[in-house]
Design a protein around this ligand. Structure first.
Ligand code: PMP
Length: 330
């Protein structure tokens, strides 16, 4: 018999897939690290596992304890998976703008979701930051991972994502490109690759237009999971050789092309990272190996990025120019 003892054993060791169509005219090899192969469907399973393990070792999380985190997305799914296997409860706090579907995914894994009003200031006691702090204080045995300040977040990438990429490319990787949210992925993976290559691998952060990493002030953008309006502790400001700024339009156009041309149904931050990777790859030579990390799958974005009307409403797509369909002819 050949089987895994539990889903946690499926975290990490994700495949590299060469991009073949969106790279037309580019001589460098462009490889995608496809993180939706993790059991929770995103790169965040890696940090969830490491954060929980370190909290257990430090005695912060004990049997029967409760994990409390302000998250509505991928980190919540990762934490919920690990919590189940280790016998912890999960309470996730999210603002009411988060879709019912996303809340229900967390509930499906057995987590409790506490919804807070979006339309209050961060210092308001009802804000989701304050509610999660209060719950952490009031629930006995509660522990808050705080992915924006927890060193286990970048460390998980230093210990897994970085070594995987070095091994999978046989040490031939020359460029690593990833979107920056908490900064955990780029900081941990980037630091490992710099160390192991003696500084030869170039580290490139991809950032939405308006976010602080590319010099903005937090101006709103629609791509989810990346960019910030503050500098998290998990981001190592010394790790990136370059930051490439990408517009929402370019991010979403590439996200759709990845599904149609590469068979990769992925999220909007993946299109953003690939847009940056292609810019880097255009300047690179035929011996260069550019690796871009794709954080999650596209199912969670069907009613946005993959919906023509939504795209047209924000000016990302001209629907009058779409090709006639078979149904039009009926
Ligand atoms: N893309 C998505 C969809 C994410 O959820 C995240 C995590 N916030 C990122 C990219 C960025 O990863 P990191 O937090 O490691 O910088």
């Amino acid at each position: 018999m050949r089987y895994y003892d539990n889903v946690i054993e499926l975290i990490g060791d994700t495949p590299l897939v060469r991009l073949r169509q969106v790279t037309a005219g580019i001589s460098a090899t462009v490889l995608a690290k496809v993180e939706y192969f993790n059991p929770g469907g995103s790169v965040k399973d890696r940090i969830a596992l490491r954060m929980v393990e370190e909290a257990e070792q430090a005695g912060l999380l004990r049997p029967g304890g409760t994990i409390v985190e302000p998250t509505s997305g991928n980190t919540g799914v990762g934490l919920a998976l690990v919590a189940q296997m280790r016998g912890y409860k999960c309470v996730f706090v999210c603002p009411d703008k988060v879709s019912e579907d996303k809340q229900n995914v967390l509930r499906a894994y057995g987590a409790e979701v506490v919804v807070c009003p979006t339309a209050v200031a961060p210092e308001d006691p009802r804000s989701y930051y304050n509610v999660s702090d209060r719950l952490t204080r009031e629930i006995p045995g509660a522990w808050k991972p705080n992915q924006y300040a927890n060193p286990a977040n970048p460390r998980s990438h230093y210990e897994t994502t970085g070594p995987e990429l070095w091994e999978q490319t046989g040490g031939r990787i020359t460029h690593f490109v990833a979107g920056v949210g908490t900064g955990g992925t780029i900081s941990g993976t980037g630091r490992y690759l710099k160390e192991v290559s003696g500084g030869a691998v170039r580290i490139i952060g991809a950032d939405p237009e308006g976010s602080v990493y590319s010099g903005g002030t937090g101006r709103p953008y629609l791509v989810e999971g990346v960019g910030e309006d503050f500098w998290p502790e998990t981001y190592d400001r010394g790790v990136c050789d370059e930051i490439v700024e990408v517009s929402d339009k370019d991010s979403f156009e590439l996200t759709r092309r990845l599904a149609r041309e590469e068979g990769l149904l992925v999220g909007g931050s993946c299109g953003m990272a690939v847009a940056a990777a292609l810019e880097v790859a255009r300047r690179a030579g035929p011996d260069d190996v550019v690796v871009v990390l794709l954080p999650d799958g596209g199912r969670g974005y069907l009613s946005k990025i993959f919906d023509d009307e939504w795209m047209a409403r924000y000016g990302f797509m001209d629907t009058s120019a779409t090709e006639p369909t078979v149904a039009d002819a009926l």
